[in-house]
Design a protein around this ligand. Structure first.
Ligand code: FES
Ligand SMILES: [Fe+2]
Length: 320
C-alpha cells in the first residue's frame, strides 16, 4: 500500500469485533480481522469464543454452517468438535484424534456491550484490562447510537488525527483550533484534554473534551458542555489496508429538549467530521519525516508513544 510504511500493520491489544447483542446464544458467525478468517460463536452458557476459521481436517470454514455443541463448535463438514481453547476433542467416526488437532484460539472479553478480541503479534497473553464503564447500562444514560465505517487506511495513520489540532479548524471548520493538553495517567495511559467550540443549532457552543485511550483500539471521549455525552471510538484492523471504525455515542438523559437537540447536533457534526477525515485518510501518504512547524500538534510525541503498541523494529525519529 505504501512503500515507506514504518510499522507492522497490526498493533497489540484489545479490539472490538462487534456488539455483544449482535450474536445470540448458540449462534455462529464468520469474521475477518487482522487479515485472518475467524469464527465467532456464543455458547449455551453465554460465553463468546473465537478460533481461526479453517478446520484442521479438510479445511472447512467453521463460521459457515458450524454448530454450537456445549461450549464447543462442530465443523459442518465431518463434524469434528473444537473446544474454545482450540483443541479437537471428538471425531464422531474415529477412535483416535491425530496429533496437532489444534486451532489457534483468540482471547475474548465482553465488556460495556462490546466483544473485544486480543491480538498480539508475538502471541503474548493479555496484559491489560478493558475498564468497566459506569455509564454503560446506567438509567441515567441513553443506549448507544451506533455508527460504523470501513476505512481504507491503517490504524496508525488515523490515530494522529486526535492530536493534530490544527485540522479541526482547517478541515472541519471549527471556529478555533482546540487547545490541547496531554496528561499521563497513573496507569501509564494518556489523556488528552481540549477546549473547543462545537457547532449546534443555536450557534457555536464551548465544550471541553477529555479523551483517553485504552490500548490502541479503544478510546473513551467524554464531552462536557451543554450536553454531556460520551463517544466510544473503536478501531479494528480488518487487514493491512482496511480498518473497521465504530463510534458508540451516549448522552446523559435529560428532559430539556434543547439539551437533547444539542446532543443530536453534536452527533451529526461528529459523523460529518469523520466523513471529512475519511477522504483524507484514504488518500494520504505516511511520511516518515513530515515537515512540521512549531504550531502543529504534538505529532512527534504521539508517534513516539504509539510505538509502545507495536512489536518489531522502527526507524529513529529525528528527535531521538
Ligand atoms: S473439514 Fe472439518 S471436520 Fe472435516
Ligand atoms: Fe478529524
Amino acid at each position: 500500500m505504501q512503500r515507506d510504511w514504518p510499522f507492522p500493520a497490526y498493533p497489540n491489544g484489545w479490539f472490538v469485533i462487534g456488539y455483544g447483542d449482535e450474536i445470540e446464544r448458540g449462534e455462529v458467525r464468520p469474521l475477518e480481522y487482522f487479515g485472518e478468517p475467524l469464527v465467532l460463536w456464543r455458547d449455551e452458557q453465554d460465553a463468546a469464543h473465537v478460533l481461526d476459521a479453517h478446520c484442521r481436517h479438510l479445511g472447512a470454514h467453521l463460521g459457515h454452517g458450524g454448530r454450537v455443541d456445549g461450549p464447543s463448535i462442530r465443523c459442518p463438514f465431518h463434524a469434528w468438535r473444537w473446544r474454545p481453547d482450540g483443541v479437537c476433542d471428538d471425531i464422531p467416526y474415529a477412535k483416535k484424534i491425530p496429533k496437532g488437532a489444534q486451532l489457534r484460539s483468540w482471547p475474548v472479553c465482553e465488556r460495556n456491550g462490546f466483544l473485544f478480541l486480543w491480538h498480539h503479534a508475538e502471541g503474548h497473553e493479555p496484559d491489560f484490562e478493558i475498564p468497566v464503564l459506569a455509564e454503560y447500562d446506567s438509567e441515567e444514560w441513553t443506549d448507544y447510537t451506533r455508527l460504523s465505517w470501513t476505512v481504507k487506511s491503517r490504524m496508525y495513520d488515523m490515530g494522529e488525527n486526535a492530536v493534530d489540532h490544527i485540522h479541526f479548524k482547517t478541515l472541519h471548520g471549527a471556529s478555533g483550533a482546540p487547545t490541547n493538553e496531554q496528561r499521563r495517567n497513573r496507569d501509564g495511559t494518556f489523556s488528552n484534554l481540549s477546549q473547543m467550540e462545537m457547532t449546534t443549532p443555536k450557534g457555536p457552543v464551548k465544550g471541553s473534551i477529555e479523551s483517553s485511550g485504552v490500548g490502541p483500539g479503544f478510546g473513551v471521549v467524554h464531552v462536557y458542555g451543554i450536553a454531556e455525552t460520551i463517544i466510544l471510538t473503536t478501531n479494528t484492523p480488518i487487514d493491512d489496508e482496511r480498518v473497521h471504525v465504530r463510534f458508540s455515542y451516549m448522552q446523559r438523559r435529560t428532559d430539556d429538549p434543547h439539551e437533547q437537540r444539542v446532543g443530536e447536533a453534536m452527533l451529526r457534526d461528529l459523523k460529518h467530521q469523520m466523513e471529512q477525515d475519511i477522504v483524507i485518510f484514504e488518500n494520504k501518504r505516511y511520511w516518515t519525516r513530515p515537515l512540521l512547524v512549531k504550531e502543529d500538534g504534538p505529532i512527534g510525541e504521539y508517534r513516539r508513544r504509539s510505538r509502545h503498541w507495536y512489536s518489531g523494529e522502527f526507524y529513529r525519529l529525528p528527535e531521538e
